[in-house]
Design a binder for this molecule. Structure first.
Ligand SMILES: Cc1cc2nc3c(=O)[nH]c(=O)nc-3n(C[C@H](O)[C@H](O)[C@H](O)COP(=O)(O)OP(=O)(O)OC[C@H]3O[C@@H](n4cnc5c(N)ncnc54)[C@H](O)[C@@H]3O)c2cc1C
Length: 409
């Protein structure tokens, strides 16, 4: 039983990325619900290490925190533009895609209006006692009936590289925070997905570019994102519901088949890289500046700070060589891992990083009372499909979670 005098929130949300920010923005408009949202960073920022000035959003900006489920909300991207008196100029600029820096400004603007957000509050432990979850954050205990976990993905780094991480070997997610000195150096970017492409484009067009720039990908080529109309139906709530109802082995097969609907490189980025390379090699005659090596795997790194040796294993034996690098950027993607603070309550299921069962309302199976639920945001790709980590379904998922919380108050 909860003691009568204790403050108990209806829910506590761990992490404030776009997922839980969407939840907070929607909950703000529901009377009688009291939530608290906790973030370890001192203020809102959206993947700051990769907020490159030229990087753009891969979805429509109307797939914002609220529009798909509540277009009349004051927290829409369009209202952000209007509130900053830039709507006409934005429309006239007619960007093919919105800059991520601008979308980050929008997200930050929403975060500044929501009193239920608390920054600088890392959740270090979560337990359950007397009918409520007990969260330890910023030196105090917070009690809540339900828990929403929205801690996002974590950078994936091959075991062999971990001991070398530092000033000249870094994951792409830290690129702008670390700002490695790449000017006139031998730089190797490992990883042929969107982040790798964005770093390569950034370095190719830098005012002080690298001496040599090598881009290595395990994939057989630098493959595009499938952003075509029928494929985009995989990012509809109705498709997510159908996917969720399928047997597990069918879901696994589909995830594999649909990989490049979410994991490839967007076409404008590929075109810019291709054109810049053409200009460098064909027009400027700089044939030894860039080396693009698809179909090559990197599993080892030796040497010391600034003088690294990277053996390549290629599909073609001719590609099996040792690269020299002064700076190595690992664009090796992200993985989902349930955060350590909830692992005691939420044993992982057969798929690493995901819970055992995720229900229709995004609640998961756990060993405590059914009246108290744990919901997961962006941690159930194997249950909900390729759209789960994406912005597309974020507003709908938050609205589904909020409805469930309201019904279980
Ligand atoms: C560089 C990049 C660009 C992307 N661009 C797009 C795009 O254009 N379109 C698209 O659809 N998708 C995109 N995505 C995918 C996805 O939309 C984003 O990853 C999105 O940020 C996911 O939101 P999230 O809230 O689930 O997680 P995150 O944004 O990762 O937020 C999770 C938050 O939880 C906090 N946290 C973690 N543990 C704790 C703790 N114990 N206590 C308190 N706080 C904690 C973290 O500090 C973090 O701020 C992109 C991903 C990346 C990496």
């Amino acid at each position: 039983m909860i003691p009568m005098t204790e403050t108990v929130y209806d829910y506590a949300a761990v992490g404030i990325g776009p997922a839980n920010l969407s939840l907070a923005a929607q909950a703000h408009r529901v009377s009688g619900i009291r939530g608290i949202h906790l973030e370890r960073k001192p203020s809102f920022s959206w993947h700051p290490g990769l907020l490159l000035p030229e990087a753009t959003l891969q979805v429509s900006p109307l797939k914002d925190l609220v529009t798909p489920v509540d277009p009349t909300s004051p927290f829409t991207f369009l209202n952000f533009l209007a509130a900053h008196d830039r709507l006409y100029r934005f429309l006239t600029a007619d960007f093919p895609a919105v800059h991520r820096t601008e979308f980050n400004q929008y997200l930050t603007w929403v975060s500044e209006q929501l009193p239920s957000l608390e920054f600088g509050s890392e959740v270090t432990a979560v337990g359950f006692r007397d009918g409520a979850f007990r969260l330890r954050a910023a030196g105090r205990e917070i009690a809540a009936r339900h828990l929403v976990v929205g801690t996002g993905p974590v950078p994936r780094v091959n075991e062999a590289f971990r001991p070398h991480l530092g000033g000249t070997v870094l994951h792409a997610s830290q690129f702008l925070e670390r700002r490695p000195d790449t000017a006139d150096r031998d730089v190797v970017v490992v990883g042929g997905g969107q982040s790798g492409a964005e770093i390569v484009r950034h370095l190719m067009t830098a005012p002080r570019p690298p001496k040599t720039l090598t881009w290595v990908s395990r994939r057989p080529g630098f493959l595009p994102l499938d952003d075509s109309p029928f494929t985009n139906e995989f990012f509809f709530p109705a498709y997510a519901r159908r996917f969720h109802a399928l047997p597990a082995d069918h879901r696994m097969r589909l995830l594999d088949q649909q990989k490049y609907a979410s994991d490839g490189i967007d076409l404008p980025t590929l075109q810019e890289i291709y054109r810049r390379r053409y200009a460098a090699e064909e027009i400027e005659g700089r044939r030894d500046w860039l080396r693009f090596l698809p179909g090559c795997e990197v599993t080892e790194l030796s040497g010391s700070q600034g003088a690294w040796k990277i053996p390549l294993q290629g599909d073609d034996p001719l590609d099996s060589q040792v690269l020299d690098a002064e700076v190595v950027v690992l664009a090796s993607g992200y993985e989902h891992r349930l955060p350590p603070c909830v692992s005691g309550l939420l044993p992982a299921g057969p798929t690493p990083g995901e819970p055992r069962q995720v229900h229709d309302d995004f609640s998961v199976d756990w060993s405590g009372p059914a009246a108290n639920r744990i919901y997961v945001q962006n941690a159930a790709r194997h249950f909900w499909g390729i759209a789960d980590p994406n912005l597309s379904l974020l507003a709908w998922r938050s609205s589904t979670i909020l409805t469930s919380i309201t019904e279980n108050q």
